[in-house]
Design a protein around this ligand. Structure first.
Ligand code: ADP
Ligand code: MG
Length: 734
């Protein structure tokens, strides 16, 4: 028997059990050993009912009576009477109707663990787990692992199989470098995994958790540090700062830049001067004014003779950016082109030519930019708007547009300094060359002994990259995943903006909301109404764009100009409607979340979100960001479809306009994995670690740095290497 042995070979695992395990994705001995418990129940402390104190408790009892009933939409209440030899107790479960089946027909003894509390006028046991007593080890003298019920898999089944495999635990190989295990005083891997399955006490669980969490974080931060080193091996195009060019641009703006915008622009212009490509994230809450910062940088790039590519996730946005940039740049003779799907035929061919010849200085577009047919001309700067909406690969393909061209035309040879420099010699130049410590003030840099120091330091030529996002990265996430990233933050909104007033609206207040909307329209303002469905659906009573459009048009807002917008329309239909809305030819736009990202109509002051509970916190914040972009007071109405108590999400968004704060809240409500999954198209896949553990993160960072400096090849640890390489791919910006 070894780790690769199929589970159906194990004694006591029949075909039925094997099938259950397989359905949960567990095929081999190795699979199930690494299937770690989600928590541990403490059965070492069973209390007689008469002696219970409020708080977390475990009792051993039988179920005398159980029933379930709907209380209101979305809520079922199951109640039971539990009894032991000393007394009786009421138990209550929310939305766990299966308890009736589990407990109702059985006269067996169960262990119940839950919270003993005073509620609804009496003491009760709330949401207890239930474990059949006779299935537990005779002597319940240890913590009991509870496993994820993947496709109905029972914890009991997993426990039985793992019990059989206990002797194999010791053969689980170590995956971390021994030096790391030793320096960090970690449990070795076999001991840690064993302790997760068979812990004797809380302390053992905690030690095991620490070790496994450390490993996950180590894999992340090592990847992030290696990415940084890789970036330092790239050559870019130095774009000198020209004071007069920048000053002229700023003078012509219809507003003054915020200090945050100035700082961000300065960061970018400084990076430009470097012959190493910029790799910078521009983070700024919705409406903070990222576009103009990007425009200023594009102006400077054009002045130095470099083309800029500006990629946006939707046609609506690309068109809007092209318009904005044309206004900003064309007075300086900088030309702007728009490449999107709806540009077709002859016009498209002409555009291709103009891009290839350099007749267009700034090319704005959607994914259309990364098609093979598109050839750029002296592409020196790439801007990616709403970067989290793109996959790593898409970003890379755009950046790679430069490489082929440059290598073919031999530009590499003319880039004298960085190309000829190796990791070893760069330090003597005293300039900010690849691998240099100078730029980091001698502290931060991890590159003094890159893993493959023998290779020449330059591996490719890349344009400067500015990735923009309104999705704030929680601090802890920034520390780990993006720990080595250059970030500029727009933490200040343009002057004169008034905070958006957000209100949760329950059904009885709907009419009043419409009245408020009508008054706004009478004053010349515009309104968004967002629905989560396009068409009415039988399986849901949520509002749809089509039905709401009709309803509003035929009743309350009969005399107003209403349009609808959704993803089933063609790109050109969408564009036309969006443009007409911008031009104030409509008062109300009923839309799906296609308007979520980036759309800028400063005259729109009301955002009404139907079935608001259907949306995530970040999405609500993004949607709300479509208003409050001009001088006028703006409002966001979160429409409830029932009189139920609003979710915590809605209450949080009602309270705060601060995207950073909301991101932190979102993370604590949903866990970082969820958030990260949305931010990047790759699984971060933290199973044990949480990003809240900043101390462990700091330790992992130091350890990773030390490991890199030791010069030991990562390839000595194949399992570790595979995961680190994966992480490098999913966490890189470029
Ligand atoms: P986001 O950061 O959400 O992409 P935009 O770049 O779309 O924001 O800018 C939002 C709005 O604010 C635009 O109408 C833009 O012209 C305006 N704006 C940007 N910077 C300033 C500023 N410094 N003062 C006033 N208005 C500004
Ligand atoms: Mg934007």
């Amino acid at each position: 028997m070894n780790l690769a042995t199929s589970l159906d070979q194990i004694k006591g695992v029949g075909p039925k059990t094997a099938a259950e395990l397989r359905r949960a994705g567990l095929e081999t001995v190795g699979d199930i050993l690494l299937f770690l418990p989600r928590k541990h129940e403490d059965f070492t402390n069973v209390t007689p009912i008469t002696e219970l104190q409020p708080g977390k408790v475990t009792i051993r009892a039988r179920c005398q009576q159980i029933s379930t009933r709907p209380v209101r939409r979305g809520l079922r209440l199951t109640t039971a009477v539990l009894a032991d030899d000393t007394s009786k107790l009421n138990a209550i479960w929310f939305n766990q109707p299966y308890r009736v089946q589990q407990l109702g027909s059985s006269d067996e003894w169960f262990y119940f663990s839950g919270t003993f509390e005073y509620n609804y006028g009496r003491y009760q046991l709330a949401n207890p787990t239930a474990e059949l007593s006779k299935e537990l080890p005779v002597q319940v003298d240890r913590l009991l692992p509870v496993y994820h019920a993947v496709r109905g898999l029972k914890s009991q089944t997993v426990r039985k199989v793992i019990e059989q495999l206990r002797p194999l635990m010791s053969v689980l190989p170590e995956t971390l470098p021994p030096s790391v295990v030793k320096n960090e005083k970690l449990l070795d891997r076999a001991a840690a995994i064993s302790a997760m399955h068979f812990p004797r006490n809380e302390r053992e669980v905690e030690q095991a958790r620490q070790r496994l969490a450390f490993e996950e974080l180590f894999e992340l931060v090592l990847a992030s540090q290696l990415n940084k080193i890789d970036n330092q091996k790239l050559a870019g195009f130095a774009i000198p700062f020209e004071k007069s060019v920048v000053q002229d641009f700023v003078k012509k703006l219809p507003f003054t830049l915020t200090n945050a915008q100035r700082r961000a622009a300065w960061d970018i212009l400084q990076d430009f001067e470097n012959s190493r490509p910029m790799n910078r994230l521009l983070q700024g809450d919705v409406g903070s004014g990222k576009t103009v910062v990007a425009g200023l940088a594009a102006r400077q790039a054009a002045s130095a003779g470099y083309q800029t590519a500006f990629m946006a996730p939707t046609e609506i946005l690309a068109r809007q950016h092209a318009q904005t940039l044309a206004k900003l740049l064309e007075p300086f003779g900088v030309t702007v082109g728009l490449l999107i799907g709806s540009v077709k035929g002859k016009a498209r061919q002409t555009l291709y030519q103009q891009i290839a010849s350099g007749a267009v200085d700034v090319v704005v577009g959607t994914h259309a930019l990364i098609q093979n047919k598109v050839e750029f001309h002296r592409l020196g700067f790439v801007i990616i708007d709403e970067q989290h909406r793109f996959g790593v690969e898409q970003r890379q393909r755009l950046l790679m547009k430069v490489k082929n061209e440059r290598l073919e035309t031999g530009v590499l040879d003319t880039l004298s300094e960085p190309v000829t420099i190796t990791a070893g010699s760069s330090r003597e130049t005293g300039r900010a060359a690849p691998g240099s410590r100078a730029r980091h003030g001698g502290e931060e840099s991890v590159s003094s002994a890159p893993l493959d120091a023998k290779k020449p330091s330059i591996t490719a030529v890349m344009p400067h990259l500015l990735a923009m996002t309104a999705t704030p990265i929680p601090r802890s996430l920034a520390l780990t995943v993006y720990g080595e990233l250059d970030v500029s933050v727009l933490d200040e909104l343009p002057r004169g903006r008034r905070p958006i007033l957000t209100k949760i609206i329950s059904p009885p207040s709907r009419e009043a909301a419409y009245t408020a909307i009508d008054q706004q329209i009478a004053q010349g303002r515009q309104v968004y109404v967002v629905c989560s469905l396009i068409t009415d659906s039988d399986s849901s009573d949520r509002k749809s764009v089509e039905a709401e459009y009709k309803r509003l048009k035929n009743s309350i807002f009969g005399r107003r100009r209403i349009a609808m917008l959704h993803g089933k329309m063609t790109a050109s239909e969408k564009d036309q409607i969006m443009q007409a809305f911008k031009d104030q030819r409509y008062d109300i736009l009923v839309s799906t979340t296609v308007i979520e990202v980036g759309v800028d109509v400063p005259n729109a002051t009301i955002m009404m979100i139907e079935d608001a509970d259907q949306f995530g916190l970040a999405q609500l914040h993004q949607l709300r960001g479509r208003v409050g972009r001009g001088q006028h007071q703006s409002y966001c109405y979160l429409m409830m479809s029932t009189n139920n108590k609003p979710s915590q999400r809605l209450r949080e968004i009602e309270k705060s306009n601060d995207g950073f704060h909301l991101a932190e809240v979102d993370m604590s409500l949903r866990g970082p994995g969820e958030i990260y999954g949305r931010m990047q198209h790759g699984a971060l896949n933290l199973q044990i670690a949480t990003l809240a553990d900043t101390q462990l993160i700091a330790r992992a960072q130091k350890a990773a740095k030390r490991f890199i400096e030791s010069g030991e090849p990562l390839s000595n640890y194949p399992a570790l290497e595979a995961r680190v390489r994966h992480n490098q791919r999913v966490t890189t910006l470029n």
